[in-house]
Design a protein. Structure first.
Lengths: 86, 144
């Protein structure tokens, strides 16, 4: 079990009901994709925010990440919808 | 010279462009909040660290592709009313080809590469998060 800070943006934050949280991630949650699935199954907020994994993007310690990116030893994982600036 | 800013405050386009220096060509793009579908207010979410870093990386990418003397990007965040300025991108070079191409590159890639999220509030008080436009990703990818 490793502890990581999760930070949420846009409608992911609204659906999670918080800006960020420190979570203990089980050892079998190894990648960004695993993390999204685990969060979706964790509670109702998670199901609402992460039920459709294809709509979620992620960054690991400030660098854009892919579904297969490992989360071991990450300090911060950001989870958010596709960006819409400009 | 790279100037990349994430801020709530408005910016002065004339002052920003003048500060880039008297190069042969200075090209710029300014975006304003549209009032499509009766949008009364836009609110922009951003990452406190990643957004500024992404703007700097975007500017650096343009500097590596074209012979530019200066790149300026200013993106506003927080609550903005319809009609307000939201973004400035500008590129300065000795000649217009590089400045114009870099300016288009900067705004196309900004839309897909920078952590910013828009929420629209309509006149009736309802709010919705903006979805990426069809074609934005293709335009950005077109730059390779």
């Amino acid at each position: 079990v490793a502890t990581v800070t999760l930070v949420y943006f846009a409608w992911v934050r609204e659906r999670m009901g918080c800006d960020s949280e420190s979570v203990a991630v089980p050892d079998n949650v190894a990648t960004i994709a695993d993390l999204i699935d685990w969060l979706a199954a964790r509670n109702g907020h998670g199901a609402a925010a992460f039920g459709d994994a294809a709509r979620i993007r992620a960054a690991r310690d400030g660098e854009m990440a892919l579904p297969g990116t490992a989360i071991a030893e990450a300090r911060e994982i950001a989870l958010f919808p596709p960006v819409t600036g400009g | 010279m790279i100037r990349a800013l994430v801020q709530h405050d408005d910016f002065d386009p004339g002052a920003e462009l003048a500060a880039m220096g008297a190069h042969g060509a200075v090209a710029s793009f300014i975006g304003h909040v549209r009032s499509d579908d009766g949008v009364a207010e836009l609110w922009l979410d951003h990452h406190p660290v990643m957004t500024g870093m992404a703007l700097e990386r975007l500017a650096d990418g343009a500097m590596q592709r074209w012979p530019l003397a200066a790149v300026t990007i200013v993106h506003r965040v927080g609550a903005l009313a319809a009609g307000e300025r939201i973004v400035l991108v500008a590129a300065a070079s000795a000649h217009r080809e590089a400045a114009l191409a870099a300016c288009a590159y900067l705004i196309d890639r900004l839309k897909t590469d920078v952590p910013l999220w828009k929420r629209e509030t309509l006149a009736d008080g309802s709010a919705r998060w903006v979805e990426p436009r069809e074609g934005d990703a293709a335009r950005a990818e077109g730059w390779g």
